[in-house]
Write a protein that binds this ligand. Structure first.
Ligand SMILES: [Zn+2]
Length: 358
């Protein structure tokens, strides 16, 4: 190896504000070459031996959309392969997933009564608490049930909180979210996952749960949730589009990186058990930065738009679905994710993709 010095005091002929520095690089000396990174890439066995990122099914969480009724399996057009389920069909589908090792689900409620104040969000008659208790009765601790906590599917205006003169009131919304989280805990949820992006809601929910004896109900915080166009298909799935305006006054600006660390550390201080970055694919740099800033487990949400783009391209024969999906999953893990919430989870385990080449 030779060390070569590169003078970096000028950039495009302009004087740089950077100090001169020496860049050390590898330059082959002479033949025979003794350093050949390709050696360990030669066979599948040696590639697997030195692989730095290894996926396993314990990382995956599978989202479900649950609705009222009986015998409902209603395919969501914008998300090929994903459906709305009623509680009875949900139980059967979860059973199939469990046989393949999908033992963590994230529940969203659909088709609830929508009111200005989102009051149905914390009713014990709402579909999510009912689904939680049915699932826990059927599967007990063999299934880990996480619930989404946000009111946008329960408000007539479709915003994630209490709307006052076009602005979502933070503190009143937090009160509502606390009641919603409590109703899920009382139904038996193992973990609640607030996705609203209100300030201070993790601490408030933690206190509410603790005050009612739910000290062991976990909180997975959507700590870093961007105002993203990647949520498009989900809004059909959850029927949760804002009727006016957008969510930019509470969800994060995709141009910001430092602010994500601030949000993540606040949630850590407030008592979150798991942090999350959402969406995933366009935010791998953020996943890495948050992972480096916290000791908590980190999840990412591989969202509906990311999923549906892959499905659409695969259905047209433009890409190899298995390899694209596994390359994406590997990227999330390599970037620092311990947990991956993805609509692809069932395909991955049921079709044996974890054992295939990427
Ligand atoms: Zn919401």
């Amino acid at each position: 190896m030779n060390e070569i010095a590169i003078n970096a005091t000028t950039v495009n002929g302009e004087r740089s504000h950077y100090e001169p520095r020496t860049i050390t690089t590898f330059v082959p000396n002479s033949t025979p070459m003794n350093i050949r990174p390709r050696r360990t890439r030669k066979t599948a066995i040696s590639r697997n031996m030195v692989a730095e990122t290894r996926l396993n099914k314990d990382m995956f969480v599978y989202p479900y959309f649950v609705t009222h009724g009986k015998g409902v399996v209603h395919p969501i057009k914008a998300m090929p392969g994903i459906s709305h389920f009623s509680i009875d069909t949900l139980i059967e589908d979860v059973r199939k997933g469990l046989q393949h090792g999908i033992n963590k689900v994230l529940l969203f409620g659909v088709g609830e009564e929508k009111t200005e104040d989102g009051s149905s969000s914390h009713s014990h008659h709402s579909i999510v608490p009912q689904a939680v208790s049915a699932l826990k009765k059927e599967f007990g601790d063999a299934l880990y049930v996480i619930t989404d906590v946000c009111v946008c599917a329960y408000t007539s205006h479709g915003h994630c909180g209490i709307l006052e003169e076009g602005y979502v009131n933070n503190d009143k919304s937090v009160d509502l979210l606390c009641k919603m989280a409590l109703s899920h805990a009382q139904a038996g949820a193992d973990m609640v996952a607030p996705s609203d992006m209100m300030d201070g809601r993790i601490g408030a929910i933690r206190e509410m749960l603790d005050d009612h004896g739910f000290v062991n109900t976990g909180i997975m915080s959507y700590s870093v949730k961007f105002a993203s166009a990647y949520y498009g298909p989900f809004r059909e799935a959850a029927d949760s589009s804002p009727q006016s305006g957008d969510r930019k006054s509470y969800q994060m600006d995709p141009r910001n990186g430092n602010e994500t660390i601030r949000e993540a550390l606040l949630d850590e201080d407030e008592g979150a058990d798991i942090l999350m970055v959402k969406p995933a694919l366009a935010y791998l740099d953020i996943i890495r930065r948050v992972k480096d800033a916290t000791l908590l487990p980190l999840a990412c949400y591989n969202v509906s738009g990311e999923y549906s783009m892959v499905k659409a391209a695969a259905s047209q024969g433009l890409i190899d679905e298995q390899r694209i999906v596994m390359e994406n999953m590997t990227a999330f893990a390599r970037a620092g994710c311990d947990i991956i919430i993805t609509y692809h989870a069932r395909d991955i385990v049921e079709k044996g993709w974890l054992n295939g080449a990427i």
